[in-house]
Ligand binder design. Structure first.
Ligand code: ZN
Length: 313
């Protein structure tokens, strides 16, 4: 059986921005580049444009535009990668031709303007994490806990506009109140693109059972992050820890609502066995050994995320 593998988060563009490497060439630096995506048989890779906090407030717009230019430039260096811009782009996947979906990580990028949001959509952005860890014009992030507030009035407008445009809302990094507000106002299902299960690892970046159930009920997906501290609160983890979170999330949410969100190149330590994007197919065997059927594995490895995008875009 050929599995379509989808990964809903990586920060690899930052290594390009800092001049460390090009994603078009295979290196042994970092966790992900285009050739290693091919080796890992990746069908769909989200590429996050993370806006570092020191660009706030006046530099974020320029920085986001620069990162959009950089990632497009990297994609143009090879002839085998296309951007996902609408549902039709998700109908056919050819082996050795990974597709990329552009995402913004941190809604401060839109500078409090729906017009800027629409401009980013026109430049190809198809998903946005509403906040990073801190407060912005849209909402509070999980770094504001225990005093985290919810969506602002402007944030409600952003949710509505993203629904209308066909841009996937990403609730990873939100404060708990913001999470519940988004679920109240969105008319489309949403993704938690790189978080884990709080019941297994009590970290502010992970979701509680109640959040996971609500996310599933509205048709959303929780994509499991590979970062050891999110998996088990220590700096070391293995592929088994990732599978434990997948298994637990499948029990709580149903197997149709679980996916993979590696966070490669955004995390400084990785699980043993999942050191870079090339090794994602190892999860297939590990899940098989845990008793998952091939249909269930296909959903977890990529079909759930692809199905969600087909509804939203
Ligand atoms: Zn993140």
């Amino acid at each position: 059986m050929r599995y379509l593998i989808a990964d809903s988060h990586c920060d690899s563009i930052l290594d390009v921005a800092s001049g460390k490497r090009s994603l078009a060439e295979e290196t042994n630096t970092g966790h992900l580049d285009f050739p290693r995506m091919m080796k890992g048989q990746i069908a769909l890779q989200f590429m996050a444009l993370f806006i570092e906090q020191h660009y706030r407030p006046h530099g974020v717009l320029m920085r986001t535009l620069e990162l959009i230019d950089l990632i497009k430039n990297e994609i143009n260096k090879v002839d085998y990668i296309d951007l996902v811009l609408n549902k039709n782009d998700l109908n056919e996947f050819v082996s050795n031709k990974p597709k990329i979906l552009l995402a913004i990580e941190g809604g401060e990028a839109i500078c409090g303007s729906l017009g800027v949001l629409r401009c980013f959509f026109n430049l190809g952005i198809r998903s946005m994490t509403l906040t990073w860890n801190y407060r912005n014009e849209i909402a509070d992030g999980c770094g504001e806990e225990p005093f985290g507030q919810g969506l602002s009035k402007f944030g409600q407008e952003v949710v509505r506009e993203m629904n209308r445009l066909g841009m996937l809302i990403d609730v990873s990094h939100l404060s708990e109140k913001s999470f519940w507000d988004v679920l109240k106002y969105t008319e489309q299902p949403v993704i938690a693109s790189h978080s884990c299960c709080k019941a297994l690892s009590d970290h502010k970046r992970n979701l509680s059972n109640e959040q996971m159930k609500a996310l599933a009920e509205m048709g959303g997906v929780l994509a499991i992050n590979f970062y050891p501290p999110f998996l088990n609160l220590t700096d070391e983890a293995t592929i088994e820890d990732v599978v434990n979170h997948i298994t637990y999330a499948s029990e709580i949410m149903g197997v149709e609502h679980v996916g993979l969100g590696s966070d490669f190149d955004g995390i400084e330590t990785v699980p043993t066995g999942l050191e870079n994007i090339e090794y994602l197919p190892r999860l297939i065997d590990t899940l098989e050994n845990k008793g998952f059927s091939s249909e269930e594995i296909a959903k977890i490895m990529g079909n759930n995320i692809i199905g969600l995008l087909k509804r939203v875009l």
